[in-house]
Design a protein around this ligand. Sequence first.
Ligand SMILES: [Zn+2]
Ligand SMILES: [Zn+2]
Length: 191
Amino acid sequence: MKIFVSIIITALVSISAYACGSCTTHASHANTKTVATPIGGHDHAAHNILLDNIVKTNSDGNHTALCGCGMEVSVNDLTLSSKIEKTTLYTCGKGCADQVSAASDKEKMELMAMWKTIAAPYVLASNSVTTDGKQVATCDCGMKVTVGEHTRSTIENGVQLYFCGEGCQNMVMNMSDKDRSAMQAKFTESN
Ligand SMILES: [Zn+2]
Ligand SMILES: [Zn+2]
């Protein structure tokens, strides 16, 4: 697991480094690094829920996921995955999948926090607009929400949806994958 997180850091530091978790070159490089995890302060991660690590949906409906090691993988029946709570993390191969499965709960939370940082550039659309320097989202219920650091949101399929509160967020998270994807698609079309 430490190796996996280290690889993520490597990927963050060097954007062009598409290191694979099972690649010996990158693994040995990662081994030499120590992991510094930001701990303490107010945890904003709870306000931001990531639904799976799918970052792209093409016009044929095919999904591309971003493995924790930084490698993009197309999602199909053969794609390996590991679950962290409600999030399915698709992985590039057995090496990365095993590392997610073997992680402790604490490491999984660290991994999710790390993953959100990696996924951020992959957010292609959202249900918010910026006016007069303020980011205002329209929640699924129609309510306007000024986006701040405490605003609840989910990121999936490259779309970040902000919510007025936990109720709306839970409602959307409990939708079927098909319905939720359709809802997200509306925002990619309008952008
Ligand atoms: Zn990987
Ligand atoms: Zn709402």
